[in-house]
Ligand binder design. Structure first.
Ligand SMILES: [Fe+2]
Ligand SMILES: [Fe+2]
Length: 251
């Protein structure tokens, strides 16, 4: 019952729930594919006007690729901090948990927004490489193992070794995305600044309702991943409240 309530609350806050003001419509239309745009107002002249506004609004949003790459830079920065001098076990534990949370949210949003677009435009093989053992799947497996460990229970050396294994894999995956797939994607016909901004807006929205723990057994393609995320994210959020003493980090 609680799960259903949480999912209903998320639906209420879904970008598709209420689109009654020009600002809301502009925001929603900016992130909507043309075939599934929400209804905005009753005047027949409004949608076109809102769509024009949406274009301007979308241009204010950074490209999805710069947003994704910014996340990658944050992961590297957290990992560097973890390996820095004067770090005690408690500080390392908090950074390990923060990395698990941020990587889970990032992966979830990529799977909702970017990889379907990669599948559509670059082909299924490219998307499957990003999702498969070379990409997210193995990373989720490693982060799940790490998530069951603690510095206190397993010792700092074992915890760090497992996190290093996960980060080595993540660095390889980041290289694949940044050096191989994004340049190919950006060079495709029809991929322009406007589309990348629209996707950026959707990526931002997907992160707002993303899971915060790794779930290697969960579906990773739409629409099932979106449904699974809506059911699972509230449980992750509850677990994070305990883990982060009521203050999950925001990056
Ligand atoms: Fe990524
Ligand atoms: Fe990725």
């Amino acid at each position: 019952m609680l799960l259903l309530r949480a999912a209903a609350a998320r639906l209420q806050h879904s970008p598709w729930s209420l689109a009654t003001t020009p600002a809301t419509c502009a925001r929603l239309l900016a992130s909507a594919p043309a075939t599934s745009a929400p209804a905005c107002g009753s005047s027949p002249g409004l949608p076109a006007a809102y769509r024009a506004m949406s274009s301007a609004a979308a241009m204010d949003t950074p490209s999805i690729i710069s947003m994704i790459n910014q996340d990658h830079a944050k992961f590297k920065s957290l990992w560097n901090e973890y390996q820095g001098p004067n770090m005690n076990g408690e500080m390392k534990q908090k950074l390990g948990w923060a990395l698990i949370r941020e990587i889970a949210m990032h992966s979830s949003a990529e799977e909702e927004v970017m990889y379907p677009e990669v599948r559509k435009r670059l082909g299924g093989e490219a998307a499957d490489t990003l999702l498969g053992q070379d990409g997210h799947q193995h990373l989720k497996d490693l982060l799940t193992e790490l998530d069951r460990m603690t510095v206190e229970k397993d010792g700092e050396a074992a915890y760090t070794a497992k996190l290093k294994e996960a980060m080595d894999h993540l660095y390889h995956h980041i290289d694949d995305e940044e050096k191989k797939f994004w340049p190919q994607f950006e060079a495709l016909p029809g991929v322009d600044a406007d589309l990348l901004s629209h996707l950026g807006k959707k990526f931002e929205g997907a992160k707002a309702h993303a899971v915060t723990r790794p779930h290697p057994w969960a579906p990773n393609k739409p629409p099932l991943n979106v449904i699974a995320n809506m059911a699972t994210a509230p449980l992750d959020a509850a677990a994070d409240m305990w883990r982060f003493a009521g203050h999950p980090p925001t990056m």
